[in-house]
Write a protein that binds this ligand. Structure first.
Ligand code: F6R
Ligand code: MG
Ligand code: MG
Length: 376
């Protein structure tokens, strides 16, 4: 009898639980709590591997285990870690302590409670290269453009033309975050319809990508909308994503080449501006300039035997992919675009459209003027 191969799950769960000197970075004591908690969980056998890092002011918990997606114990581990880090942040009077923890009691799944979640359960291939992206000062739709480039654009991904394993195309699951409905569109056949939808990244978000010929899971992104959970503006959703690479899927380089140039995303200062996304190494993962520019880090690693491939001391082998001069041009462009936009101040299109500003504090400012309007 053939054994069902055990599946491995990659989970990345993140939250802004407090930052140093404003909203720009996660200080070491909070990272240490992440490290301590996940190390404990690894020792107890709940998870097999982990890596704690930060993207700007977001504490990021990368965990590899065999418990599947939406597992209550894994989600509780993340929730308890964030709670403890938030408590530490409060005691240090750090800024925005506990900001993304929008609910009180944990009830089995961290989704809808504030933190962002991307999870992917995989049947391990002979070798499984993975890229995890984490961005700050932007929103889940920020991945729409690179996901399109990676999985649908033959000018980006040579494999779509050259590798027969990919020529059947890819299926995109798109979530309408306002109506909370999803649709699956297949490329290349429905490419134009796909762009028609995901060209509105503030609303429609690529949530999963599968290879069309066998439904192999290739990519997943977090899709939270904090404002819709909280009923008010509490910061952007600062998204995470997991992408699988190689051997009949886009190569690592095809996954990274969309970041050769900076492109524009919603978020930045007060979650209210268009800003250029800047790919950075972990050492530069701090949102300083006008609380930005929105930044993205990318980590590359191998998943095998239910864990992240590690060195002899058990330290996971992680490649900090954007810590590379190859992305200097994108970084330079990001600063140049930032200067162009900031020159416009609070005039559209530097500031987001009025419709999107509904989810910020701007309506409170305009409320004062309402009674002063007279018929024209
Ligand atoms: C955006 C963000 C920051 C803050 C800004 C104002 O996601 O976190 O840009 O919106 O620093 O913060 P408060 O209102 O806390 O002073
Ligand atoms: Mg924040
Ligand atoms: Mg953040």
């Amino acid at each position: 009898m053939s054994r069902t191969p055990e599946k491995t799950t990659v989970s990345i769960i993140k939250a802004d639980v407090g930052s140093l000197a404003g909203h720009h970075t996660v200080p070491k004591p909070l990272l240490d709590i992440g490290e301590k908690r996940l190390k404990e969980a690894q020792k107890n056998g709940l998870i097999n591997s982990y890596y704690v890092f930060h993207a700007g002011d977001d504490l990021e918990l990368l965990m590899v285990h065999t418990r599947g997606e939406s597992n209550p114990d894994i989600h509780k581990l993340a929730w308890d870690t964030f709670k403890e880090a938030a408590k530490k942040a409060s005691s240090l009077k750090l800024y925005g302590a506990g900001q993304d923890l929008l609910k009180q009691a944990f009830s089995g799944n961290i989704r809808g409670m504030g933190p962002g979640v991307a999870e992917m359960e995989i049947e391990e291939r002979r070798s499984d290269p993975i890229v995890v992206f984490a961005a700050d000062k932007t929103e889940p739709g920020a991945y729409n453009y690179p996901m399109f480039r990676i999985f649908a654009d033959p000018a980006n991904t040579a494999g779509l033309i050259i590798d027969p394993n990919m020529s059947g195309g890819f299926k995109f699951e798109v979530l309408d975050t306002v109506e909370n409905k999803k649709i699956v569109l297949k490329c290349p056949e429905e490419m134009y319809e796909l762009i028609a939808l995901i060209g509105t990244p503030g609303r429609n978000v690529v949530s999963r990508v599968r290879r069309a010929r066998d439904d192999l899971i290739c990519a997943t992104t977090s899709t939270t909308r904090l404002a819709l959970i909280a009923g008010r503006y509490v910061g952007k959703d600062d998204p995470v994503s997991i992408v699988r690479a190689q051997h009949g899927l886009p190569a690592l380089g095809e996954i990274l080449v969309p970041f050769m140039h900076s492109y524009f995303v919603e978020g930045w200062m007060r979650g209210s501006h268009w800003g250029p996304l800047m790919p950075v190494g972990l050492k530069d993962s701090r949102c300083t300039l006008f609380d930005g520019p929105p930044r993205i880090v990318a980590l590359g690693f191998q998943v095998g035997n239910g864990k992240i491939a590690s060195d002899d001391d058990g330290v996971p082998l992680i490649s900090d992919l954007f810590d590379d001069p190859a992305f200097d041009m994108a970084r330079r462009e990001a600063i140049e675009y930032a200067a162009v936009l900031r020159r416009m101040g609070e005039f559209e299109p530097a500031r987001l459209s009025a419709e999107v500003m509904e989810y910020t504090t701007l309506p409170q400012v305009l409320e004062k003027l309402r009674a002063r309007f007279k018929p024209a």
